[in-house]
Design a protein around this ligand. Sequence first.
Ligand code: NAP
Length: 471
Amino acid sequence: MYERKAFYIDGRWTDPIAPGNVIEVFNPATEQVIGFVPSGTAEDVDAAVAAARRAFDPLISVAERRRRVDRIIEATQRHLPAIADLITAEMGAPRRIAHGVQTRVPLAVAQGIASVLDEFEFSERIGNSLVTREPYGVVGAITPWNYPLYQVIAKLVPAIAAGCTVVLKPSNEAPLSVFAFFDALDEAELPPGVVNLVSGPGSVVGEAIAGHPDVDLVSFTGSTGAGRRVAELAGRAVSKVTLELGGKSANVILEDADLGTAVKVGVGNALLNGGQTCMAWTRMLVPQSRYGEALELVETAVARYTVGDPTDPATRLGPSACASQFETVRGFIDRARGDGARLLTGGSERIGDTGYYLAPTVFADVDPMSEIAQEEVFGPVLVVIPFTDDDDAVRIANCTPYGLSGAVWAGTDERAIDVACRVRTGQLDINGGPYNPLAPFGGYKQSGFGRELGRFGFEEYLQTRSLQLPL
Ligand code: NAP
């Protein structure tokens, strides 16, 4: 049992102001309670924000920021295997995902930020003005459960590199790995108050951070619904807000593409982390002329996804991360069948007696405007939609309220880029171009605003000042 009884405030583990309230953490594979963390109040947030404010030094040197980032990276590296195991235990990511993308990518993101800091120009001359880039101030960060360490590092490390201080609220569903990360931060011996952790319900602790008058910047990742509320509260406090929200991304496979590769990679992307990835390509768009061939390839690719115990190294698809997500996904599947989508494989039946297991599920002949093609499911569910020509593919790709990610496959990169430029989304992979932890990541439309990662992510945590010099 992992029992965490204290928040991390002002450089030490600190008892809650009103102790006793806890959040139970469940293992979605066993449905058993595996630990708990304290459930905070607005007063705990006040204490954390006050510590972060005291620790904020607007004149902090770049060398000191770099030292802090280095110490965070060093300490995190030592804790990565333990953090990975906790991620498997608390949200069901298969072992190979937990020890791979869930923990190695955040490290690459942090190292990328260190390199950005080394090269960044903090001042420039514009005419008679000296324009400088200053740390934004106290950052309130609110994160989801799907990639618990990644989401935290993608905010905290650039914030620290920019000279900010941070108050973080992790998701209630997967807080243990974040507490373990703060054990690493404790070893990193940052000055007291630079990083602070308060757990608790979004409606209490999250809202207290989002609307706090002494938080300068709120960085939120989560659902579009919660993001809307966070933006409202930050707006009232006139705090800057960045929102990384949901997605319903399209994998556009044009007629002259290598269909076999595009389908295989597309299925892998849609099912990564149990389909609980904001940037997942959950809509596969295929030319009508190659639709039958594509469906066969999809079925073959999906059949390779072994569902089971996430601690088993052979498992590729673990359980849904929690009971509520499991029921949400099942509801989407049942309603899609009711809406007339053709179930190619999978379904809403629970696999086994214990654990929130579902088979990878694919729907064909899906109306692009139906719920299953419009709404983010956040589970192992893919829809395959036919299109008539490039214009029709672009129209369908753009027909959801989201614009987070996607892919275009074509006979040449130039042709794929031409089509990609017509899709209103924050990032697209061209003919299988790999993830780049230095490239800006963020949404168009209801997928949010603001960018994370690399230089663009770093710049979100900087304020701009102009000094007009005498002529
Ligand atoms: P969520 O329910 O919106 O929760 C995200 C975080 O916000 C949690 O810490 C949650 O607290 C907190 N929260 C909830 N309501 C709040 C409120 N009224 N005020 C302040 N904070 C509040 O999302 P989730 O289910 O954890 O994560 C899945 C969603 O995140 C999906 O929509 C996914 O697409 C999105 N996501 C987006 C990105 C991206 O970069 N664009 C990346 C990953 C995930 P609790 O602990 O109480 O839940």
